[in-house]
Design a protein around this ligand. Structure first.
Ligand SMILES: Nc1ncnc2c1ncn2[C@@H]1O[C@H](COP(=O)(O)OP(=O)(O)O)[C@@H](O)[C@H]1O
Ligand SMILES: [Mg+2]
Length: 457
């Protein structure tokens, strides 16, 4: 098995033929070979191989050949030989998403990130974006989006990819029968699909609960709690978070507090403001929640409230953006600290939160101990990622954790996101991490596609 980086050129011969420079032929073990099986994504063809006198690593694909092996563009790509006489160009990474189907803006608010993926990934491999409707399963082709040299989307018919990066935007689409069928069809063709789907909070807590290593980072949590459970949790912990299992962005979250002398309080976000309500007794609190949410409360979880470290009396927590690397190991690629807006139940930026670097935030709270605390939190995030991965059967390559640290320096995990947002990377000091995050998607795609199987040991 060998892997080489090379320059792919398009030539105009009508017959089907591949030319390679001597240096490339030697490093791929092809010296003396008269033909090869050439593969790109799901396209494959046996073609005559000829040598060309040129220094460096170059491959020339004739126009006759390119009608069978639909190469998205000329330029740099990896050349990989999984077995003798077989040559794969790639890898081919398909970024799966969706949007409002408006010309020029096919992926809505995801367009910026998708263009960044196409721009960065295309420096080394083949990357295109597509929506489910762009796949032709009979022909095994995709009417893909790639970038023109001016950075605009253009369409091109290409083969199915080696790896799919799932960024479908909505839970509704992600869990539809249609999408389930689509995942099956990729898997049947041995095409890696990551990440599988959105996480539910209750699934993640359940799967971590019995894990000795990772379980200690999860606050006490119950799914679908009845009034008895909620009351007990409030009495024991004094404050709790009551949140929708499939929620995001702080929507529908309540911070419920019990003061033995003052009564019951509910804090939440409403109509753009923060609301604090007082209740004379537990039953009136339950009535309010019932009247606002009714049956959907069965999809809520109740969770022990954690007293987060604070700056200027505002709690802070952290986003740990985790990736798998080329060696199939988890790493904390980007970390952002989020300081809650005044009176806000959550630290979301859109609710008045403020973004800081972890060094800034932890420095203010722990002073000279901050590096040690951050290192422990990184270690915890890796344990959590490994644990989630080991308890599910699908390929998992990226996780955004919401992580809290309490006044005793204990580390807590509130949420795992399988399609993490990228707002932390807007911080001027986190732009480098933002690029590293994108690079990790492609590094790990090299691993998943079998082009590169690095080994630490
Ligand atoms: N158990 C908890 N204790 C303290 N703060 C919490 C707790 N659960 C959530 N939070 C705060 O609320 C924020 C949002 O909660 P999260 O579970 O991430 O829900 P969402 O899906 O809405 O982002 C967290 O980032 C954290 O600041
Ligand atoms: Mg969250």
């Amino acid at each position: 098995m060998s892997l080489t980086f090379s320059n792919v050129h398009f030539s105009q011969q009508p017959e089907k033929v591949v030319f390679m420079s001597g240096s490339l032929m030697r490093s791929m073990g092809l010296t003396g070979k008269k033909q090869i099986q050439l593969t790109l994504g799901t396209d494959s063809l046996t073609v005559p191989l000829k040598s060309i006198d040129r220094s460096g690593k170059h491959v020339y694909l004739s126009s006759g050949l390119r009608s069978n092996v639909r190469v998205p563009r000329s330029g740099p790509a990896y050349v990989h030989s999984p077995k003798e006489g077989h040559i794969h160009l790639g890898p081919v990474v398909g970024v799966l998403s969706d949007g409002p189907s408006v010309p020029g803006n096919p992926f809505g608010s995801r367009t910026g990130y998708i263009k960044q993926l196409l721009r960065e990934g295309s420096k080394k491999m083949y990357v295109y974006a597509f929506a489910p409707r762009d796949i032709n399963w009979q022909k095994e082709t995709v009417n893909a989006y790639i970038l023109s040299s001016g950075g605009q989307f253009i369409r091109k018919t290409v083969p199915l990819p080696d790896v799919v990066y799932n960024r479908l935007p909505s839970r509704r689409t992600d869990f539809s029968n249609f999408t389930n069928q689509l995942r099956d069809r990729f898997l049947r063709r041995n095409i890696s699909f990551f990440n599988w789907a959105f996480f539910n909070k209750s699934d993640i807590y359940n799967l971590l609960e019995n894990d000795v290593q990772a379980g200690r980072y999860v606050p006490e949590t119950y799914n679908s709690p009845g009034p008895e459970r909620i009351k007990d949790m409030m009495e024991r912990h004094r404050f709790v978070y009551y949140k929708p299992s499939a929620g995001s962005l702080g929507n529908g979250i309540y911070r419920l507090t019990y003061h033995p002398k003052k009564g019951y309080f509910a804090r939440y976000r409403s109509e753009g403001g923060n609301t604090l309500l007082k209740f004379p007794n537990f039953n009136s609190l339950m009535k309010m929640l019932q009247s606002k949410h009714g049956g959907s409360l069965k999809n809520y979880v109740i969770q022990q409230g954690i007293r987060l470290i604070e700056i200027d009396d505002c709690p802070i927590d952290f986003r740990f953006h985790m990736h798998k690397n080329a060696k199939n190991r988890w790493t904390a690629v980007g970390i952002g600290a989020k300081k809650a807006g005044r009176g806000s139940v959550t630290t979301h930026i859109k609710n008045g939160g403020q973004l800081m670097t972890p060094e800034q935030a932890l420095g203010l709270v722990f002073g000279s101990r901050s590096k040690e605390v951050l290192d422990r939190a990184k270690q915890a995030a890796i344990v959590l990622a490994e644990s989630i991965e080991s308890h599910q059967s699908h390929v998992l390559a990226e996780i955004g954790f919401d992580i809290g640290i309490d006044e005793d320096e204990k580390i807590w995990m509130f949420e795992a996101n399988s399609k993490p947002g990228r707002s932390i990377f807007a911080h001027p000091s986190l732009k480098v991490e933002g690029r590293a995050s994108v690079e990790h998607i492609f590094e790990h795609s090299l691993y998943l596609s079998g082009f590169f199987r690095g080994n630490d040991s």
